[in-house]
Ligand binder design. Structure first.
Ligand SMILES: Nc1nc2c(ncn2[C@@H]2O[C@H](COP(=O)(O)OP(=O)(O)OP(=O)(O)O)[C@@H](O)[C@H]2O)c(=O)[nH]1
Ligand SMILES: [Zn+2]
Length: 349
């Protein structure tokens, strides 16, 4: 049985990247999950497990963000002794990456190559404004389209009112209230998946991400589990918690529930998440306005007339300060690591 990778978003772009690695013992695939250096990968022949090849290990030692993750398109190599290694991660189109807690401030990739990132926040107890803002900045940063999903709407009396309040934290982002229990909002959410499209779910533990992924997958049996194992050793019984292949095409990436998430903000995600504040700042009289006591400050004017909630400016300042401090640490680390010559990444396969 074969599986069409195009159902998962494999297209001419990735095919052309893969082309130069195409040889008899190589095959492309998409990472479903990773578990301590062992990756579960879906190929046209089914699901296989692969260990990291030497070149990937060298890349990861240099930059932890190059560790394969759910959603990555990769090149596998099959060896005569039946081992399979993951030899290369094809360049990611979008990347959901958070700053790790270590002092190096390096990045950890949570998901790759998704078209949409849904920030998943429960409507009850009350949505946490600061968390929503932070996760939305991360979603914008990924390069994918952000979406805000408010879950468990069956647990509160007036979900629409809460959705309106939360929408003020999410300029330019569609807000979608859902209840899996009642089946409400799922049809709207399905519009963001479908053939060739991948939706990543991002949110705290208990937000309802796995419940959403299961609801989108519909049946209890994923087609992945019905596909013959590429090793010929029978079916896998593992529950694929990370990338879930949907019966009608497309995929959902269920990221692990995260407690705190640091922003790397190298792609301007913060500015897009705070487009309301940035737009106002563009109308201040002085280009270097600090939005304190300067004359002609559009931000202060909006605070005064109530059109900008004070906490939006406070959040923006707090997150920007955090990113500045952390990027300072990161550049210190990079200048240290430059003393080690970078390995050539092209002698693969
Ligand atoms: N009432 C109600 N409860 C829900 C709904 N969706 C999820 N829940 C409950 O919320 C709890 C957490 O849901 P999960 O889907 O496990 O949350 P998660 O985000 O995957 O959590 P982690 O796996 O820890 O990251 C479970 O007890 C679900 O039954 C809903 O629509 N309504
Ligand atoms: Zn100003």
């Amino acid at each position: 049985m074969s599986y069409h990778l195009s159902q998962l978003g494999w297209d001419e772009h990735f095919a052309s990247l893969y082309h130069r690695f195409d040889r008899a013992d190589a095959t492309p695939g998409r990472v479903l999950r990773t578990d301590r250096g062992v990756c579960t990968v879906l190929t046209t022949d089914g699901v296989t497990r692969a260990t990291l090849g030497g070149s990937v290990m060298i890349d990861v030692a240099r930059d932890p963000a190059l560790m394969p993750c759910s959603g990555d398109w990769v090149v596998l190599r099959r060896w005569p002794d039946r081992r399979t290694t993951l030899e290369l991660v094809l360049p990611r189109r979008t990347t959901l990456i958070r700053r790790t807690a270590d002092k190096d401030a390096s990045g950890q990739v949570l998901a790759a190559n998704m078209n949409t990132v849904a920030v998943v926040e429960p409507i009850h107890p009350e949505p946490d404004d600061a968390r929503v803002e932070r996760l939305l900045a991360l979603a914008w940063e990924s390069g994918a389209d952000p979406l805000l999903v408010l879950t468990k709407t069956d647990t509160t009396r007036d979900p629409a009112a809460i959705a309106r309040q939360v929408a003020a934290l999410a300029p330019g982002v569609p807000v979608l209230p859902v209840s899996v229990q009642r089946g409400a909002g799922l049809a709207e959410l399905r519009e963001h998946v479908g053939p060739g499209r991948t939706l990543a779910l991002l949110g705290r533990s208990g937000a309802g991400k796995s419940t959403l992924a299961n609801a989108l997958a519909g049946a209890t049996v994923m087609p992945v589990q019905a596909i013959r194992d590429a090793d010929g050793k029978g079916r896998h019984t593992t529950a694929y918690r990370n990338l879930v292949v949907l019966p009608d095409g497309g995929a959902v990436i269920d990221t692990p529930g995260i407690r705190g998430v640091g922003l790397l903000d190298t792609e301007g995600g913060l500015e897009r998440a705070f487009a309301d504040v940035i737009d106002l700042a563009g109308s201040c009289r002085f280009d270097d306005c600090r939005h304190d006591t300067e004359p002609g400050c559009a931000v202060q004017a909006a605070l005064a007339d109530g059109s900008l909630p004070p906490r939006r400016l406070a959040s923006w300042r707090k997150l920007r300060r955090e990113v500045e401090v952390e990027s300072g640490r990161r550049s210190a680390r990079l200048s240290r690591s430059r003393r080690i010559p970078a390995p050539p990444s092209s002698r693969l396969l």
